[in-house]
Design a protein around this ligand. Structure first.
Ligand SMILES: *Cc1c(COP(=O)(O)O)cnc(C)c1O
Length: 353
């Protein structure tokens, strides 16, 4: 690794939030660093970022900027539910497995009910079974269907699948929440208009990810049904999610959205994952676990090889069980990184099986 720069000396495919801030977001933040400007979102950058989001989604949505995805999801869900309601999500959903109970906490007790389904996507028959298995007062009433786009295992819901999910939810008087921490990757993967895979497909609230797409910090909570956004500003403030110097949270959104950087970044990450998948699929002993549709590749390989890869200094997640590994690409991943990882996997398998 002699001569390698700072980035590549840290060999990682752990997460897209290991990446830095992309130049466009950085420059937009710098451009907002002018003089005195009103605080708490009462500024021109915040107004402009909201306006651009309305253009991107082709509708008069209500937008709020918060610091992270856990807050975005939790507060969005809390705004859709009362304490005696429940939210149905996939068993691998971030809101269920990785938010430390924040959705339940911020909604004062709303229960998450999880369902199974292949490829990280819930099975609608299962969802309906959970909705209908009880209707008595002793069970928390299902009120929201929450889907993750792209999913936690790097697959995407098609527009038809989203519509079907929304129709089912609608039939039972439920609302639809979308965790879009990697929404940009899904938009690119599906080559769909953002509106077609959100409000036109029945989604009520989208938590739109910024950090994993190339921003320093920040997610946008996008309400397509403005009635649901009532008093959401109070919720944000109470939860400690109202940035006083809001322009530095909102301005980077302008940098991400205005010239399509969010999609450029996502396309780059997805392409890197496609290349990685292609490389890894050709290695004997490696099995691709899920259909790669976004910016991650999940593989199964001998546990000894996983260990050897780690010992060789590679960082990645293996929370999917023994012998499983998740390789996540970002806007900053390079083709060289991909080839280096593929070579390292090759070596790890050759020397450990
Ligand atoms: C990363 C991620 C989030 C947000 O996580 P924070 O660390 O709270 O910003 C939400 N949903 C999914 C699916 C994620 O991968």
């Amino acid at each position: 690794m002699e001569g390698a720069d700072q980035k590549t000396t840290f060999n990682q495919f752990a997460s897209d939030n290991y990446a830095g801030i992309c130049p466009e977001a950085w420059q937009a933040m710098q451009a907002a660093n002018t003089c005195f400007v009103p605080s708490y979102g009462d500024d021109l950058w915040t107004e402009r970022a909201c306006r651009i989001l309305r253009e991107v989604f082709e509708t008069d949505c209500q937008v709020f900027f918060v610091f992270n995805g856990t807050a975005a999801n939790s507060l969005a869900l809390a705004s859709l539910c009362r304490s005696y309601h429940s939210v149905i999500c996939h068993e691998l959903a971030h809101v269920e497995t990785d938010e430390c109970g924040a959705p339940e906490f911020f909604s004062n007790g709303t229960k998450l009910l999880h369902v199974n389904g292949p490829d990280g996507k819930f099975d609608l028959a299962e969802v309906e079974r959970v909705i209908t298995r009880r209707s008595d007062i002793h069970f928390p009433r299902p009120k929201v269907l929450s889907l993750t786009q792209a999913t936690e295992v790097g697959t995407v819901y098609t527009p038809d699948e989203i519509r079907a999910a929304s129709e089912l939810a609608g039939r039972y008087g439920m609302r639809v929440h979308m965790d879009g921490a990697r929404f940009a990757n899904a938009v690119v993967s599906l080559d769909a208009a953002p509106a077609d895979i959100t409000w036109r497909a029945g989604v009520d609230v989208l938590c739109l990810g910024g950090a994993k797409n190339g921003m320093a910090v920040g997610e946008a909570v996008v309400f397509f049904d403005r009635d649901l956004a009532q008093e959401f500003d109070y919720r944000c403030k109470q939860a400690g999610q109202l940035a006083s110097k809001m322009r530095f949270i909102s301005a980077p959104w302008i940098g991400m959205l205005e010239e399509g950087t969010w999609l450029k970044n996502a396309r780059h990450a997805n392409n890197c994952a496609a290349l990685l998948e292609q490389q890894l699929a050709g290695i004997a002993g490696v099995t691709i676990m899920y259909r790669r549709q976004a910016n991650s590749v999940f593989v199964e390989m001998p546990e000894a090889a996983v260990k050897a890869l780690r010992s060789a200094g590679w960082h990645f997640y293996s929370f999917i069980g023994s012998g499983g590994a998740r390789f996540m690409c970002s806007w900053q991943t390079t083709e060289r990184d991909v080839h280096q990882l593929a070579d390292a996997v090759c070596m790890a398998i050759a020397h450990n099986t």
